[in-house]
Design a protein around this ligand. Structure first.
Ligand SMILES: O=C1C[C@@H](O)[C@H](O)[C@@H](O)C1=O
Ligand SMILES: [Co+2]
Length: 297
């Protein structure tokens, strides 16, 4: 444990991209987890090259003193029957439980354009209808209850190109779900890229935030992406996201607010960019040093 409340992890998406596996296809699973550990992290999320068998994965991770913090789950509560999401969720929950994780990252992918290379991310993001909001909030509460069966929590991931991206949408989700059943994931990169104020979201929802993703934004690239009406995937390829300390976000006040708050859990450095242009180990190390510099942890 890095502080007595906070643990620092790193996401494998900087080594091999989940949405575009051709980015970083040359990087191996063992290289990825070895470099994370070498850079000073104690946890990871799950990438597409990780072994699916919990026993096998545990052995690889324990050798490097790494734990599983969580892993992404795509829900389709607005567009598919609940039973379909439920079935997949239970498999995912049980895998994460076997790996010792306490939280499950959930993002609604109904109507999402995050994986569509030709859809302008700002212009074509979906907006849920009243009925879809109702399905989403009720469905998430049910997933929260299923997580509780294993002593776990769901943390909702607001995300560019989805129906829960803006402050208004995050507010609506938080106001219409039971705080005991639906918690929030705080992702600095998605908030700033979307034009939101991360401090406002952190201050408003600190009692519900139970998982954190730290990524930074290259301001010039983000402006270009917006101006050219690029897709989310093109934005990633162009290098909109980078690690904390390498972009426009001042993480010092954010870190201070986190440390002052009751937050207990993981901060995951999660900066998807092209590994051929941004060496993952070098950037993981850069983020680790920056976090130490601004917070002492
Ligand atoms: O948590 C995340 C998981 C990724 O697959 C996603 O596209 C990324 O932007 C993110 O924040
Ligand atoms: Co994230």
């Amino acid at each position: 444990m890095i502080s007595n409340k906070i643990q620092l992890g790193c996401a494998p998406i900087a080594w091999t991209n989940d949405d575009m596996p051709e980015l970083g296809s040359e990087n191996t699973f063992e290289q990825c987890i070895s470099e994370m550990a070498l850079a000073g992290y104690t946890g990871t999320e799950i990438g597409n090259k990780y072994p699916k068998n919990p026993k096998v994965l545990k052995e690889y991770l324990e050798l490097r003193n790494l734990k599983v913090a969580s892993a992404w789950f795509s829900a389709f509560l607005t567009t598919k029957p609940f039973e379909e999401t439920k079935k997949e969720f239970i498999k995912h929950r049980d895998f994460l439980h076997a790996m010792g994780a306490k939280v499950i990252v959930v993002a609604e992918q109904g109507h999402s354009i995050q994986g569509k290379i030709k859809e302008p991310v700002f212009e074509n993001k979906p907006y849920f209808t009243e009925q879809e909001w109702d399905k989403l909030t009720k469905g998430l509460e049910s997933l929260g209850e299923l997580a509780h069966e294993k002593g776990m929590e769901i943390v909702y991931h607001h995300h560019m190109g989805t129906g829960v991206q803006t402050t208004e949408e995050i507010d609506r989700l938080m106001q219409n779900t039971d705080p005991d059943k639906v918690k929030l994931l705080f992702d600095t990169g998605h908030l700033v890229f979307s034009g939101e104020d991360p401090m406002e979201i952190f201050n408003k929802y600190q009692s519900r935030i139970q998982h954190i993703h730290f990524k930074d934004i290259r301001e010039k690239v983000a402006k270009e992406v917006k101006g050219k009406k690029d897709s989310f995937l093109t934005a990633v390829k162009k290098g909109t996201f980078t690690v904390p300390g390498d972009g426009m976000i001042d993480f010092k006040p954010i870190m201070e607010a986190i440390l002052k708050s009751e937050y207990e859990g993981w901060i995951i450095v999660e900066a998807e960019q092209d590994p051929a242009k941004a060496n993952p180990y070098k950037y993981a190390l850069k983020a680790r040093k920056y976090i130490k510099e601004i917070s002492g942890i």
